[in-house]
Design a protein around this ligand. Structure first.
Ligand code: BTN
Length: 338
């Protein structure tokens, strides 16, 4: 491959981002020397960065290039050093990828190869990030958290029905520990602020009908998303930078806080299930006590949201008694949505 071909490659582009991430000026000459290409080739590559990062790249004659604001990239050592000993004991591996198809897909492949419980995968960018119900998860480079954990259980997959709710609560706990205010849950595991989605969880469970089973827990959390990047999201959304207490949180510190809570939730669920978390879950449920609609394909049920039960089912009081539902999409009734 020619030198400029090399510079065009994605790896080199990511290398360039790592150099510029500090937000300081880097001269075109120094960058050209580093990559062994012409200054014109560097200029061409830098032009492509503003689209990838959705950020202006300042080019100043005599000084070089710098990003409009510094980027805090994820670093496995920084994350590890922020973890308490109990979390480290639960962690079997911590990978940070620059770009990946999907952190969940990656760990599902690893699971088939026999990867152990406690393997964690984070990425700066997902090319085919996946959400629930076959949706795409918008996953631009260098902002947001894309995190997956592989966990193995002796139980049957059926017995893990409340796990995704435990994971949602763990996410809210981690955010609260970082000083984020006013964030809550929407059944089964969306994390919202003022009715807008801040984070979502995708749990992919597989195994033998009588156990054992394995789960890949995937969390996507918007830390910073521009209006342009958010255009592809099909529902109201928000990023952490717009939430009270959410500005200026270190992505590495946030990743560590999330790992601490999520790994504890995964480990605790094996012994205790959802029961010890019910009160706290119900307290954090933003729709409890409200009139909601539950959509299950074509079928829509309306009623007062009465919280959740020990299996993680949604309890709806639809006038003829309280019924438990295990799947569906909850929304506030249109004229009740504040
Ligand atoms: C949802 O639709 O609410 C769930 C979104 C889950 C997105 C995360 S990002 C990390 C992990 N990898 C994926 O492809 N999806 C999950």
């Amino acid at each position: 491959m020619s030198a400029s071909g090399k510079l065009r490659s994605m790896d080199t582009r990511h290398h360039l981002i790592r150099l510029l991430a500090d937000g300081h000026f880097h001269s075109g000459e120094a960058l050209a020397q580093r990559f062994g290409v012409s200054r014109a080739a560097v200029w061409k590559q830098v032009q492509g960065l503003s689209g990838l990062l959705d950020m202006e790249v300042h080019a100043v004659r005599g000084r070089g290039y710098r990003l409009a604001r510094p980027l805090e990239l994820l670093d496995p050592e920084t994350i590890r050093s922020a973890l308490p000993a109990a979390t480290c004991a639960r962690l079997s591996a911590l990978e940070v990828h620059t770009s990946i198809d999907s952190t969940n897909s990656h760990l599902m492949r690893a699971a088939v190869e026999g990867a152990p419980s406690g393997q964690v995968c984070l990425a700066e960018q997902q090319t085919t990030g996946r959400g629930r119900r076959g949706r795409h998860w918008v996953s631009p480079f260098g902002s947001n958290i894309y995190l997956s954990i592989l966990w193995r259980y002796p139980q049957a997959p059926m017995e893990l029905s409340g796990l995704s709710l435990a994971a949602g609560l763990a996410t809210v706990r981690a955010l609260a520990a970082q000083g984020v205010q006013g964030v809550g849950l929407k059944w089964p595991n969306d994390v919202l602020w003022q009715g807008k989605k801040l984070a979502g969880l995708l749990l992919e469970v597989s195994g033998e009908s009588g156990g054992p089973s394995q789960v890949v827990l995937g969390l996507g959390l918007n830390t910073r998303l521009s209006a342009r990047q958010g255009e592809a999201i099909e529902q109201p959304w928000v990023d952490l930078a717009s939430v009270p207490g959410g500005q200026g949180i270190s992505r590495n510190a946030l990743a560590a806080a999330l790992l601490e809570q999520l790994l504890a939730a995964l480990a605790g669920f094996h012994h205790q299930g959802l029961s010890p978390l019910l009160d706290e879950w119900n307290r954090n449920d933003l729709y409890r006590g409200k009139r909601v609609q539950l959509r299950m394909g074509e079928r829509v049920v309306e009623g007062i949201h009465r919280g959740i039960d020990g299996s993680g089912a949604l309890l709806l009081d639809s006038g003829d008694g309280v019924h438990a539902f295990h799947a569906g999409e909850v929304s506030l009734r249109a004229n009740d949505a504040a």
